[in-house]
Ligand binder design. Sequence first.
Ligand code: SF4
Ligand code: SF4
Length: 179
Amino acid sequence: MSKIRKMVKTIKIDVDKCNGCRACEVICSSFHATPKYSSNNPARSRIRLIRDPLKDRYLPVYAGEYVAAECMGRDKYIIDGKEYEECDFCRASCPSRGIFKDPDSGLPLKCDMCEDDPALKEPLCVQWCLADALVYEEREEEVEEEVKLGDVEVGLQSLLDKYGLSEIEDAFTRISRKN
Ligand code: SF4
Ligand code: SF4
């Protein structure tokens, strides 16, 4: 595979500054609503807050890749005296938990850094985080060239994993008869 120069976009999270306000979840779900900004539902957000106010635990986590199966290894972390659960830091849209899936369709959700045309100056969750817990960073890196799957391909893959090819083919046949 050939190497290419690529702009890598990241959001640095300062857990100590997060106050659990959930503004990031609100704006992310609103930006990705159809039509854009027509509704907001944190369950549809591509950033989710792992929160336990009684223990002063607030951890924003971005939705990463869809995975078809659960992983085998689980870890617990104690950081600054706060205990984090096994899957808290994980970004995967994974079958073993409910976050990072659309609550109606069950299709995987992934942070797209607020792709828009024209491009935004900074992702919206960063702009809306008044506590400065989220900091946007860009850097150029040499990476392996890869084929990036779009939302449709990832969604179809998850449906195939869940229902199998023949059930999906039957559904397409039924839909095409209706249209
Ligand atoms: S907007 Fe900032 S402070 Fe509020 S929950 Fe999100 S990361 Fe935390
Ligand atoms: S960068 Fe954009 S898509 Fe990603 S979590 Fe923040 S608001 Fe959502």
